[in-house]
Design a protein around this ligand. Structure first.
Ligand SMILES: [Zn+2]
Length: 215
């Protein structure tokens, strides 16, 4: 998980969020079943597009690129069932892969990718993500979302292998100028937020620097 910089609120939420929230609250107060259309108002095309842009099409929790296999689910950080007032709240909406979304269900109290700095709650060792000792939020997030599930380990290992290849190519380059370019490319590119599993890539680069393998 990495910190997500929230983009500008889409106009539709500026214009309609208060009205939709009042409709939801009125229906809940009256004990009425919410209509399908009301329940999915937040799934407006402009909202989805803005969320995909700010998350780079990655799950806010596990950092898997989801858009090439599924549209991705708009995720309510505070679950809909717990806080109806936040159904259409821009800061409460992000993108999640179907697996993280299902695992999260109605739980709350997770590391918030908008408000928290995830690196203060997690650390990486190879492909494994661990909660930092003392971080209850980190422990809850890792456990409930199953951030060390085996398919994620497999995908992260593929990323780690390609990083290791790039590091080896840069390290073996004999021309000093080209070597410096390859090393800087590795450091710059793998730290970018749009990279899949960027938190792990950043840990790899930091580790390589600590070992004297990168400047
Ligand atoms: Zn996910």
């Amino acid at each position: 998980m990495i910190k997500i910089t929230k983009g500008d609120k889409p106009d539709i939420l500026d214009q309609k969020a208060a009205e939709w929230t009042a409709e939801v609250q009125a229906a809940l107060d009256a004990g009425e079943e919410l209509s399908k259309s009301l329940k999915s108002k937040y799934n407006h095309a402009s909202v989805k597009a803005a969320i995909v842009t700010e998350t780079h099409g990655k799950c806010a929790y596990c950092e898997s690129k989801v858009r090439h296999v599924a549209p991705g689910d708009i995720e309510h950080i505070v679950p809909k069932s717990i806080e109806p007032a936040l159904w259409f709240e821009w800061l409460n909406l992000t993108l999640a892969c179907p697996v993280c979304n299902t695992n999260k269900s109605n739980h709350q109290g997770f590391v918030d990718p908008h408000d928290d700095e995830p690196s203060e709650h997690f650390w990486f060792a190879g492909t494994a993500i661990f909660p930092r000792p003392g971080s209850q939020k980190g422990t809850l997030t890792e456990t409930v979302l199953k951030l060390n599930r085996s398919d994620l380990h497999d995908r992260r290992y593929d990323r780690l292998s390609s990083l290791e290849r790039l590091l080896r190519i840069a390290s073996n380059e004999v021309d000093p100028a080209l070597k410096a370019v390859l090393q800087q490319d590795l450091i710059m590119n793998e730290n970018k937020p749009e990279v899949e599993y960027a938190a792990m890539s950043r840990a790899f680069v930091a580790n390589a620097q600590a070992q004297g393998l990168l400047p």
